[in-house]
Design a protein around this ligand. Structure first.
Ligand SMILES: [Fe+2]
Ligand SMILES: [Fe+2]
Length: 278
């Protein structure tokens, strides 16, 4: 079920909103700002095949999936606008290339686009699971302005994590196509994040800072690093019998819903323009 949430992320929000840490913040900045182009791509990939879906429940799920992803895309667009106001100009340019590339991908390889969509939806489901499973890594270090965005997006990603997969099963269901898609997607995501992260660090004079990278690599690949923690969940995708709901984590949505229903997520709607000092 799509939920309308507004955010208090403005130019006045702290520059390093993840524990005051530059690398960690810019990692999420680099990753999150791909979502407007990425989530629009997911919706196009799924909508392309909805005429083949006979099941009415899955048709309704596709509607919810598309609305949720559209809302997420708008929210992350707002974040991108705020980053531009804070002086990080590379993101808008990178996103124009990403969007054009993904549109061409949809047009020329629709079936492979759907396979890539289920691969990336697995990534978002994994990270969303981790947001709730390890709040000490994902939530507690955050500035208050950013907590609603993480909690809301993660809960809705968990909620719709099976939709694109169910469409894929109806349309194609090929094991090897999704495996090839996942392997290529894994490499592409890692490269993309670092390609987008580098200009953000360069802007802050940290691109060649050894201590920044040392800490960052530990944050991502260390003993309890963000990527290290999710390896078992990630590998589930390679099973022939895999389905996203093999990992039962609906209780996290209940946790979010309790907060949402209590009104925790309603803020004033900020616009980036309104935050520019006169
Ligand atoms: Fe999303
Ligand atoms: Fe999603």
């Amino acid at each position: 079920m799509p939920r309308f949430v507004t955010f208090n992320i403005t130019e006045k929000s702290p520059r390093y909103w993840h524990g005051g840490n530059a690398f960690n913040t810019h990692f999420f900045n680099a990753f999150f700002t791909t979502f407007p182009a990425g989530e629009t791509f997911f919706v196009r990939s799924v909508q392309k095949y909805r005429h083949l879906i006979k099941d009415e429940e899955l048709q309704a799920d596709i509607n919810d999936f598309s609305t949720q992803e559209g809302n997420h895309s708008s929210a992350h667009d707002l974040h991108g606008d705020v980053l531009a106001l804070q002086g990080y100009k590379s993101i808008a340019r990178d996103n124009r290339f990403l969007d054009a590339g993904l549109k061409l991908f949809n047009k020329t390889m629709p079936r492979f686009s759907l396979a890539v969509t289920i691969a990336i939806e697995h990534f978002t489901a994994i990270l969303s699971h981790q947001v709730y499973a390890t709040p000490e890594l994902f939530i507690e270090p955050l500035h208050e302005d950013f907590k609603p965005l993480f909690l809301w997006h993660a809960a809705e990603e968990i909620e719709h994590k099976g939709v694109a997969y169910d469409v894929y099963e109806e349309v194609d269901g090929s094991y090897w196509l999704r495996i090839i898609a996942m392997m290529l997607t894994t490499v592409a995501i890692l490269m993309l994040v670092f390609i987008r992260l580098s200009p953000l660090l360069r802007k802050d004079g940290l691109l060649f800072s050894g201590s920044t990278w040392k800490q960052g690599m530990s944050f991502l690949f260390g003993k309890n690093g963000l990527f290290t923690l999710v390896v078992p969940h990630y590998l589930q995708f390679y099973r022939r019998s895999f389905h996203p709901w093999d990992q039962q984590d609906y209780h996290f949505i209940d946790e979010f819903r309790a907060q949402f229903d209590s009104g925790d997520f309603v803020n004033e709607i900020p616009t980036p323009e309104a935050t520019v000092p006169a």
